[in-house]
Design a protein around this ligand. Structure first.
Ligand code: GTP
Ligand code: MG
Length: 370
């Protein structure tokens, strides 16, 4: 295998030599910037720094480093990922039920959503939309935040009889922080005490200006219970999605984000992931967080096993080595050897970050002794 000096590699990566030396040190390799490393190690380093490698030709092993983005010509349209947010009991799950034609709310303990539910629907014009449900309860701040971070569009559900409440405001803040467009769905319009205009006015206080108040945020009055205006809501979502021109490369190893994960009694560790690019296939070898694994099964939102999942698809993945944390990245790699290397490297990096806190503690210890 060809070799490259650490300094030369750093230059091509646009990184500092010292950073690479440090990363190598964490891989138990004591080298200076002038020493050479083999190609496998170089490739591992390059990937860890978030770059891509391009082999110029079979016998030209020069490493060409570039940003890890898919070339324009590989990109294809992908479904929008839409997160439903809002205060507890404002009708988020009911809305999703109505859109899907199912009845999830009745199956929930106390009618309260405790996790992020993810579903895909197909509109009349055959385009797909991925929906993520979130809990409105105050205790689930982190899930709302996560929802805002993995989404393309937020649908803010506000009950017309209840108005703007604490978790409505919190959801607005997460959405604004994530820089994601919002559509306001004023729900429970079937109730006699519904007051949608008051909601539009109160939204102004939080810098959410709907179109009728000469702003740019779309809003729609709905009733999840009676199925009123749901087509209009879907139309507004589709319009917003079109403006975003959402695309991803489906023809590559998959990257996915962990939405939630748990240890299932019968099935072992199970993660619900959202594929961000590429196609996840049964049998794929992957790294998620600091664990490696092999896709044993992929389960869709209908509970059916499928062979593969493309961009924007929410699926359950079985075959993990442990339970990953929500928000962690799942990355498919070419083989098990590579998966173990990457997992090991990430584990060491995590340990290093933990021990990096130690010197500070010693410092204060000595100061206190003086
Ligand atoms: P959390 O998941 O706990 O945050 O609640 P949620 O926002 O998902 O609310 P959910 O869909 O569970 O609905 C709460 C209650 O409001 C239920 O009793 C629903 O039947 C009722 N509800 C939802 N939508 C409507 C509506 O359009 N009209 C009326 N009248 N009731 C509704
Ligand atoms: Mg709910």
């Amino acid at each position: 295998p060809e070799a490259i000096t650490v300094g030369e590699l750093a230059k091509r990566m646009g990184e500092k030599g010292a950073q690479l030396v440090k990363a190598l040190f964490n891989m138990d390799m004591m080298v200076t910037v002038n020493q050479t490393i083999d190609q496998d190690t170089a490739e591992l380093l390059v990937e860890e720094f978030g770059h891509n490698i391009e082999r110029v030709s079979a016998d030209d092993v020069e490493i060409k480093v570039e940003q890890d983005v898919d070339p324009e010509e590989t990109l294809k349209p992908r479904p929008a990922v839409v997160t439903i947010m809002g205060h507890v009991d404002h009708g988020k799950t009911s809305l999703l039920d109505a859109l899907r034609g199912t009845n999830v709310t009745k199956g929930e303990a106390g009618g309260i959503t405790q996790h992020i539910g993810s579903y895909q629907i197909e509109t009349k014009d055959k385009t797909k939309i991925t929906f993520l449900d979130t809990p409105g309860h105050a205790a689930f701040t982190e899930m709302r935040q996560r929802g805002a971070n993995v989404t393309d569009i937020v649908v803010l559900v506000v009950a017309a009889d209840d108005g703007i409440m604490p978790q409505t405001i919190e959801a607005i803040k997460h959405t604004q922080a994530a820089g994601v467009p919002m559509i306001v769905a004023i729900n429970k319009m079937d109730k006699p005490e519904a007051n949608p205009q008051k909601i539009r006015e109160r939204l102004l206080e939080h810098e959410v200006i709907v179109e009728s108040m000469s702003g740019e945020v779309q809003d729609v009055e709905i009733s999840a219970k009676e199925g009123t205006n749901l087509d209009e809501l879907i139309e507004k979502i589709s319009l917003q999605a079109e403006l975003l021109e959402l695309k991803a490369n489906p023809d590559r190893f998959a990257d996915a984000t962990v939405i939630e994960a748990q240890l299932d009694k019968g099935r072992g560790p199970v993660a619900t992931v959202l594929v961000t690019r590429g196609t996840l296939k049964r049998g794929d070898t992957f790294v998620v967080g600091t664990e490696s694994g092999k896709v044993r099964a992929i389960v869709n939102d209908q509970g059916k096993q499928i062979k593969e999942a493309g961009p924007s698809m929410p699926v359950e993945v079985l075959g993990l080595g442990g339970v990953p944390g929500a928000g962690e990245q799942l990355t498919v790699v070419e083989n098990e050897q590579r998966a173990r290397e990457v997992a090991q490297y990430r584990r060491e990096k995590a340990t290093e970050q933990r021990t990096a806190l130690a010197p500070t503690n010693f410092d204060t210890m000595f100061t206190n002794l003086q």
